[in-house]
Every structure is written in structure tokens, then in C-alpha cells.
Design a protein around this ligand. Structure first.
Ligand code: ADP
Length: 686
């Protein structure tokens, strides 16, 4: 472009020069003619032609974006257009007054910003050598700013001996272009600094597998001590392959990656035992493969940490399993004697011959035993929830009946403290919730128990319920000691208890209530005022339909078996007191005869030789475990059709499920509720 304009200007100036020479020649001729007395009208016409032609050049020069100067060997200069002074940031007057571009005080700089030596001034060079200069970039410093120009020179020989040589200078302002270039260079430098400062090795190779770019961390990673520029253009394999542990294997692998041109992330071991994560990305431009980008990250420490975390997690899982096993065992160990305690005391309670004092003792034994059982169950439940093993069985439940049931259950305890239990009339009398009935009862009983425990003598508990949107909320309000605001969140954390020497407790109830509520898709909260009372509320999803699965309750007639029929029940159990509990229970039902066996083998023999209608099988026997006994019973044609019910102190749900899956008819956990026990037995005898 610059060259093109320059050519044009040169052409114009050549014409001007020829015209000027012609003008001089004409003038001389005219002068001669004049001297010779020739008509001057021709002179006039020639003058007009020259003036018109000059006007035309001026017009052309004024619209050109370049600045054009004629600079003579005598330092006289002519600015051929206005752009000429603008290039120097001067007006025409100052331009002629001050500018002497061959004087050292005029601030010209080279592309690096260094002052230009006088002999390197393009005009000086052209005047000296006669050679034209094209596209030379120099900076002109004016009012603190650098204006960048691209400059061309051309020597114009004088027309005659009266003239000095002149240099035609054309200048194009390229400041904007130069600034963009500088910015680009700066941003490239910044990018390079950033790429060098990240602790990740990066190398770019072209399609000939030669290095195009590499960052400093990459050199460190591959322990390359050569200057970076030495690597550019070299085959990449020469540098990084030797650092890999299995060089040949790696060479093959890399070859495959480079042939497939698909992004790959893998891990490689270095010969110095460091572990590197290697990522490969093909580098495309306009869908054409231009090269390959490799990224290397030293992950030795991270990997070690990950392995540590995985191991710690495995240990934690193991520890958790051990805890669950411990809880299951403990619960088993505690439940077994409790079976005798609760079983016998329930039977004692039924005796009419007991004195008042004895009855009180029995009640205390039962209370203590039930409390203990409750505690074991809660600890076990909490640990099951924690390990995600607690299974709920959802059904549609009429909330009013559950509330009534719970109020009735706690009423005796409330009465002792003179606490009134009031159920507020409410609109959710006919509402149904979708929940686990047993667990919902557990939640309400817990809240009611606390309401009684932490109430004052002759206090009050008000149970109310409201339904809003899709939730049903039950409130249990008491007139008790209240809870300070700062403890109102913490009471839901396991084992948290407020200092209270008068009330016994474990701090498990509320956390369990909270977890159970969450499992049922509900929410739980409390509003409380110290010394005034607390309002515990629980919200659970409401069922829009009033259809319900009626809960099964043991009716009197369910206990009746066909008259005049005798049933032989074989109980295989090594512990004598457990045998006695069951014997006493069955003694109350007409037509039931209990046969006992104290070991697995004895039980198998008994079932084979006697008419047996039902087998109650303890799962832990001295000679073999219950499941083995069960399998032997089933494989024997004499006993294969006899229904078998498992009896065990093991209440872990997964063990129950596993046992039932073997083919047991039912599973009763010890200590058992007498009525439930009878109900299950009758179910399989009919
Ligand atoms: P526990 O009653 O066995 O201590 P909970 O988990 O049921 O365990 O309750 C945790 C604590 O919350 C209790 O120790 C008691 O300080 C406080 N708390 C629970 N319910 C009430 C209530 N209705 N009124 C006052 N304080 C209560």
C-alpha cells in the first residue's frame, strides 16, 4: 500500500519535475522570443497550463493519507501536503521554522525506542548513498508521545547545476498498528509468564512431532538443562521419552495417542518414581490438525493423599461396621436376659394371688425392663439410621387414631404426676398421613414422654394438630421448665442433655425423633420459653385421599382356635428360662401343648418322631446354628411341611430379612410382647 502510494507520488513528482524543467525551458525560449519581439500570449498560455497542473498535484497530495516532504541536500525542505507537518505534530509555520530532520536534537527513535544516530536517518542515508529506502519504521517523539511512521525515500537528481539533490520522503502514520502490535507483544509476554509460573508442564509439538513451544515447568519435570530456545524445532521424543519409566512401552503408547488424535488423560511413572498425570489434546485450526498439546502434572503428593483418604475412609467404614456389630451383639446380649425379666414379670402381673406390695415390685421390674428395652432399641435404631439401614414401611394412617393411642399409652405416667393430657379439637380428625405407623407412634410417644418428664407437678400437655398445604403438623405443648434459646438446636444432637438432676435420660430420644421425621419426609422443631413451657411440633406429608390400610389389631376372637383341637408346638431353645416363659404363655391358651428340645439335633429328632404343628426355633443353639437346623428340617420329608418361626434376640433388620428369605414363616425378636407372640403363633396354626 505504502509502496503503491509512493510510486504514485514519485510518478507525479516526475511529471512535476519534467513540467518544471519544461517551464524553465519555455521561460528561456519566451525570454528569447521576447527579446526577439515575439508575441507574449503564448507565454501567458504556458503559465496557465503550469498553474493548472500545479493545482491538480496539490489537490491530489492534500487528499493522500501520507505526509510528503522534499528534503534538499542544502537542508531546505518543502512540505508537499498538510499531513507532512502533522506527522511531526507541528503546524506549517513551526515546521519551516524549526524542523531540521538532519539535526541530532530532533528525537527520532528506532523500533526498540533507542535514539537514532544521525547517520542512520533515512534521508541522510539516501542523500549519501543515493539508495531508496522502503518501509523503514521509526518513531517520532513529540510532546512525550511516540508517533510511529513507516517511511520511504527516493533521491531526486537536480535538473541543472543550479539545483541541489533532493530526497522525496513519504511517511505513513502506523502508530495505531504499532500500538496494537505492542499490546499483542505485551499480552504474549504476560501469557508466557503465566504459563511459565503454573506448576504444570506444557509442550506443543507440530504435526512433524517437533517442538513448537515449551514452558519452564516442563523442562524441570523432564530434567532438561538446555536453554528453552534450543528445544524449538527439535524432535520432542528426544527430550521426554528418556524420563519415562518404561520407555519402549511409553513410546508405543504415545505413538497410538498421536495417531488417534483424541484427547487422552492417563498416568505415567517417571524414572525418578514421580507420578505424572499426562493429558493430550490435539490442536486444530479451521478443522485442520496443526499440532499436539501435552500437559504434565506431578500428582505424586496428591495421589499419596488420595490413597491416605481412601484408606482412612475404609478404616472408618470398618470401624463403623465394628460399631454396628458391637451394638448388635450388645443388644443381643442385653435382650436375652431381658426376655426372661419381662416375660416372667408379665406373667407374674397376670397372677391374681399377688399381694399389693408384690404387685408394685412386679410393676417396677416391668417398668425398669421396658425402659432398658426401650433404650436398647433407641440406640440400635439410631445406629441403623446412621448407617442407612433402617427400613420404614409406609402406609396411609389416620392420624387421630395414632394420637389417641399414644395419649392412652402415656396417660398412666401423666396421672402419677398429676399432669392433664388435653387433645384440642381440630380439623385434622379425618386426615391421613403417609408414614410408618410404628415409627410415627415412636415419635409421638417420645415427645409426650418428654412433655411429662420435663413438666411441673399438675402441669398440662395439650396435643393439637393442623393441616396446611401438603403437611400435617402435630403440636405437643407443655407447661414445663422450657428450654433456653441457645439449647433449642442442640437438644436434637445425640447425647445432648440440659443439666437436670431430677430427671433421668440419655439424650437419644430427640435425635431419634428428628431422624425418623426426616426419613418420613417431614420436619421437626420447637418453640420454647424458659419457665413457661415448650411446643414441640412435627410435620409430615399429608395424604389427600382418605383411603387407608386399616391397622391390624388383635381382636378377642383372633385368639380363638378351632375347638377340641390339640396343637403340638416344638420349641428348640437351649436356655431353660426362655423355655419356661413360652411354656407359661402357651399354658394360658387352650389346646396348646409345648414340646421342648435343648439342642438342634434333639429338635430335628423330635420333629421327626412326634406330631408337630409348629416349630419355634432359636437361632443360636449350642451344637449348630438355627439356619442349619432349619435346612435339615426342610430336607427331611417328615418335617418339611411344618411351619418354622425364628426366635432371636438379634433385632438387626438385615439379619431378619436374610433369615426370612431362607423360608422361615416369621421372625419374633426377643424380648417379645406376649400378645404379639400369641398372635403370630395362632396365625400359623389355623
Ligand atoms: P432425654 O430426655 O433422654 O434426656 P431427649 O433427647 O429426649 O433425651 O431430650 C434431650 C434434652 O432436651 C433433654 O435432656 C432435655 O434437657 C431437653 N428437653 C426435651 N424435651 C423437653 C421438654 N419438653 N421440655 C424441656 N426440656 C426438654
Amino acid at each position: 500500500m505504502v509502496g503503491h502510494f509512493a510510486m504514485m507520488i514519485i510518478l507525479l513528482l516526475m511529471i512535476a519535475l519534467i513540467a518544471a524543467c519544461y517551464k524553465i525551458y519555455k521561460m528561456k525560449t519566451l525570454f528569447n522570443s521576447y527579446r526577439l519581439g515575439i508575441d507574449i500570449s503564448e507565454i501567458k498560455r504556458a503559465k496557465e497550463i503550469i498553474e493548472n497542473s500545479e493545482k491538480r498535484y496539490k489537490n491530489i497530495l492534500s487528499v493522500m493519507p501520507e505526509g510528503v516532504i522534499l528534503y534538499g541536500a542544502d537542508h531546505k525542505k518543502i512540505a508537499l501536503n498538510e499531513n507532512a507537518y502533522k506527522m511531526f505534530n507541528l503546524d506549517s509555520e513551526t515546521f519551516y521554522e524549526k524542523l531540521n530532520i538532519l539535526e541530532p536534537n530532533f528525537p527520532f527513535v528506532d523500533t526498540k525506542g533507542n535514539p537514532l544516530a544521525l547517520e542512520d536517518y533515512p534521508v541522510a542515508i539516501t542523500l549519501k548513498t543515493g539508495e531508496s529506502i522502503t518501509g523503514r519504521v521509526i518513531g517520532i517523539i513529540s510532546t512525550g508521545k511516540t508517533r510511529w511512521i513507516s517511511l520511504n525515500t527516493k533521491l531526486l537528481e537536480p535538473c541543472d547545476s543550479t539545483e541541489v539533490p533532493q530526497v522525496l520522503v513519504t511517511m505513513t502514520d502506523i502508530t495505531k498498528q504499532k500500538e496494537t502490535e505492542i499490546k499483542l507483544r505485551e499480552s504474549n509476554a504476560l501469557l508466557r509468564t503465566i504459563i511459565d509460573s503454573i506448576p504444570i508442564g506444557i509442550i506443543v509439538i507440530n504435526t512433524d512431532r517437533k517442538i513448537v513451544a515449551v514452558n519452564r515447568p516442563c523442562l524441570e519435570l523432564f530434567r532438561i538443562n538446555e536453554p528453552r530456545q534450543n528445544l524449538i524445532g527439535q524432535p520432542a521424543a528426544k527430550y521426554y521419552h528418556p524420563s519415562y519409566k518404561y520407555s519402549e512401552e511409553e513410546r508405543e503408547k504415545v505413538k497410538v495417542i498421536l495417531t488417534n488424535n483424541m484427547p487422552v488423560v492417563d498416568e505415567v511413572e517417571m524414572s525418578n518414581d514421580r507420578l505424572i498425570q499426562r493429558s493430550y489434546f490435539p490442536f486444530y485450526m479451521d478443522e485442520e490438525l496443526k499440532g499436539h498439546l501435552w500437559v504434565f502434572e506431578d500428582i505424586t503428593e496428591r495421589k499419596a493423599m488420595e490413597t491416605g483418604i481412601i484408606r482412612a475412609k475404609e478404616d472408618a467404614v470398618k470401624a463403623n461396621k465394628a460399631k454396628s456389630a458391637f451394638l448388635a451383639n450388645m443388644s443381643h446380649e442385653l435382650r436375652t436376659p431381658l426376655n426372661a425379666i419381662l416375660g416372667f414379670s408379665q406373667l407374674l402381673e397376670l397372677q391374681e394371688t399377688l399381694t399389693e406390695k408384690q404387685r408394685t415390685f412386679v410393676k417396677e421390674i416391668l417398668k425398669g425392663g421396658r425402659h432398658l428395652l426401650n433404650l436398647i432399641n433407641e440406640v440400635l435404631d439410631l445406629s441403623r439410621i446412621e448407617s442407612g439401614k433402617l427400613k420404614l414401611s409406609f402406609e396411609n394412617i389416620n392420624i387421630a387414631s395414632v394420637i389417641d393411642e399414644c395419649i392412652n399409652l402415656v396417660r398412666p405416667t401423666a396421672d402419677i404426676k398429676g399432669i392433664t393430657l388435653t387433645k384440642e379439637r381440630n380439623e385434622c380428625e379425618n386426615d391421613f398421613v403417609y408414614a410408618d405407623q410404628m415409627r410415627l407412634r415412636q415419635i409421638l410417644l417420645n415427645l409426650l414422654d418428654n412433655g411429662i418428664k420435663y413438666n411441673r407437678e399438675n402441669g398440662e400437655i395439650i396435643i393439637s394438630c393442623e393441616s396446611k398445604d401438603d403437611l400435617l403438623t402435630i403440636h405437643v405443648r407443655d407447661t414445663g421448665i422450657g428450654i433456653p434459646p441457645e439449647a433449642q438446636t442442640e437438644i436434637f444432637e445425640p447425647f445432648y442433655r440440659l443439666e437436670n438432676p431430677f430427671v433421668e435420660g440419655t439424650g437419644i430420644g430427640l435425635p431419634l425423633v428428628k431422624q425418623l421425621t426426616i426419613l418420613m419426609g417431614g420436619k421437626l422443631g420447637v418453640e420454647s420459653q424458659l419457665g413457661v413451657g415448650s411446643d414441640f411440633w412435627v410435620s409430615i406429608p399429608l395424604v389427600q385421599t382418605h383411603e387407608t390400610n386399616h391397622p391390624v389389631s388383635l381382636e378377642k376372637n383372633e385368639m380363638l382356635l378351632p375347638k377340641n383341637k390339640e396343637y403340638n408346638i416344638l420349641y428348640i431353645e437351649d436356655r431353660l428360662w426362655n423355655q419356661q416363659v413360652v411354656a407359661e404363655i402357651l399354658d394360658n391358651i387352650k389346646g396348646m401343648k409345648l414340646l421342648t428340645a435343648s439342642s438342634g439335633s434333639e429338635g430335628i429328632r423330635a420333629a421327626e418322631n412326634q406330631k408337630t404343628d409348629l416349630i419355634l426355633l432359636d437361632l443360636q443353639l449350642p451344637d449348630m446354628n438355627g439356619v442349619e437346623v432349619f435346612e435339615r428340617l426342610k430336607s427331611n420329608p417328615q418335617s418339611t411341611d411344618i411351619p418354622v418361626i425364628a426366635l432371636s434376640a438379634n433385632a438387626m433388620q438385615e439379619d431378619i430379612d436374610r433369615t426370612l428369605a431362607k423360608g422361615f414363616k416369621d421372625y419374633i425378636t426377643k424380648p417379645f410382647d406376649v400378645l404379639t407372640f400369641i398372635k403370630v403363633i395362632i396365625k400359623y396354626l389355623r
